[in-house]
Design a protein around this ligand. Structure first.
Ligand SMILES: [Zn+2]
Length: 118
């Protein structure tokens, strides 16, 4: 699998993911609609935070199970720990070097219709 470097906009948060990226996902829950990010879903162990743990801020809402991380300097969503899959990580494809998320097929995820979703 390929290793891709990623960062927030101000570079305070840097990470790498190990993944063969062939598609993205977009969720329709009330948070994701506002973020409008195309995400990559990978096993947790394929995500490594390299720098910026202290720059990350955490947003939690609704059931307060999922962990939505963003850079507190530049406000960019970098990754999140989904509510329904503790073994997975969602990564903002737009943060990855050399990846044009707009050119990938995007799967629609209906997060708003999951049990407890909105
Ligand atoms: Zn930043």
């Amino acid at each position: 699998m390929a290793v891709h470097r990623g960062s927030c906009h101000c570079n305070a948060v840097q990470f790498e993911v190990e993944a063969d990226i062939v598609s993205g996902a977009q969720c329709d829950c009330s948070l994701c609609r506002r973020k409008n990010a195309v995400m990559l879903r990978i096993p947790k162990e394929n995500f490594r935070l390299l720098k910026g743990e202290d720059a990350l801020s955490l947003y939690q809402w609704n059931t307060h199970v999922a962990k939505h991380y963003f850079c507190k300097n530049c406000g960019i969503y970098t990754h999140h720990q989904p509510r329904t899959r503790a073994d997975m990580i969602g990564v903002n494809l737009g943060c990855l070097d050399g990846i044009d998320a707009g050119k990938l097929p995007v799967e629609r995820v209906e997060g708003s219709k999951l049990s407890g979703g909105r």
